[in-house]
Design a protein around this ligand. Structure first.
Ligand SMILES: [Zn+2]
Length: 144
């Protein structure tokens, strides 16, 4: 998953999406990237959500490493305070997911529909590298 673009201030404030100036102290902020993993601090489930949202609507407050907090949408299943989740951004909305890393990896490959071919290609290139001895210095031209 892609890291989340954000900005941080010397005072410790983190803003995502990135802001040019700190909302707390008004000083210029530096752009940074946030990890996509965090923990659920709190959550709520709305059974009569605002128009345009399907019911039930689960909203979790997720704290990432670095203390940035995000309100995220996600599935009701697996909501638990303290639970480790992954978050990602789609169309300006943050989503959390409680999938395990393994499940996420499988989903990722399936989405691209090339699991087997991709794995075979990786294995092939690895074994080629092991068999062929690299020139002194270990750097080989990219053309083959
Ligand atoms: Zn600040």
């Amino acid at each position: 998953m892609d890291p989340i673009p954000a900005s941080k201030c010397h005072c410790g404030k983190i803003s995502a999406p990135p802001a040019p100036f700190c909302p707390s102290c008004g000083k210029p902020m530096e752009e940074c990237l946030l990890p996509t993993y965090g923990r659920i601090l709190s959550y709520t489930v709305l059974y009569s959500p605002p128009e345009g949202f399907s019911s039930p609507l689960s909203i979790a407050l997720v704290e990432l490493e670095g203390r940035a907090k995000f309100l995220c949408h996600g599935e009701e299943k697996g909501l638990k305070i303290g639970r480790r989740v992954a978050i990602e951004r789609l169309d300006e909305i943050y989503y959390f997911s409680t999938l395990s890393l393994r499940e996420r990896a499988e989903l990722f490959w399936r989405r691209r529909g090339e699991t087997q071919q991709k794995l075979k290609a990786i294995i092939r290139s690895l074994s080629r590298r092991v068999r062929g001895s690299p020139p002194p210095g270990g750097i080989r031209a990219a053309s083959q």
